[in-house]
Design a protein around this ligand. Sequence first.
Ligand code: FES
Length: 351
Amino acid sequence: ARDTRLIEVQSKSGSTGFACEPGETILHAGLRQGVTLPYECATGTCGSCRAKVGSGEVAVDWDEAPGHSRVKRERGEILMCQTRPLTDCVVRVPANVSVGFPRHALPQHFGGRLDVIRRLTPDVIHFELSLSQPISFDAGQFVLLRVAGLEGMRAYSMVSYGRNVRTLQLVVKRKPGGGFGNWLFEEAREGLFIDVFGPLGRATFHPDEDHNLLMIAGGSGVAGMMSILERATQEDYFRSHRGYVFFGVRKLVDCFYLEEFSRYVRAAHGNLEVTIALSDEDCGETCHAQYPEVQLAFGMVHEVCARAMEGRYDNVMSYIAGPPPMVDGALRTLIVGARATPDRIRYDKFG
Ligand code: FES
């Protein structure tokens, strides 16, 4: 089982082939080599990497992956992000698949060392990874992390932005049953080595697209927004464009990155508005005094956004990231409420 396997992909747009190294999933091997396999989460939840094994034998990494509810396993259907080939395989993918170079760098495997770990709220941690080699990525992308002893890989969006950098900044929220988050919270983990694969994700920001930016985030979904704000600030994008950020948390104690938000607002020539939506608490005067650049509102983040954005959707590209119910609410606000077209919405849903 330790040999390189050949994967032949049959898709709506023809056939292509690539090598899969020992231990690699079909999805990772394909993406690493520029094969445009369909995916969203890359971690077994969304089901969009569905395919059917035409011939060959495979092993499934994570049997309970929620995305399996969208495949007929008894008919040989698989999630490519959870499947490793045991022999050469033919895989049928119900999408157009080609070989080419995406706009961002091709993902690859890196070694990473956990460097700085900083607690932001009782259940949110900011951490840094030092990589074995430099990485380039687009604002809004994520990486997958694997820790020895924990099953599967977890996706984390970069908070920082940079080209050819060796350090990544990320954020994790502790969730019940959330393996990596709990692992990080349990004890001092600085100096430990972990496997990194990336960059991944298509909910990316490109200054040359020339849009105003609307960002709606819940919890640690704010990571990708920070990366977008960082790039926009570095390139003085808000000199000529507007930006609106809506960050949903339950209470003020759950809120983080207020200092960073304030810095971005101050650098944005009056063209960036940041609103923290508190769903469970109608207060926040103290915060307002300390961070006057940031506005506070009471309510679910998509409702707060709908109220504040009325009549202001002109030339807007929307970015949404957060837990599935929050993302669904925001999508409804934009598609039904604001009649946004799908090409103007980029989102990341994570469980
Ligand atoms: Fe495989 Fe989401 S990409 S389940």
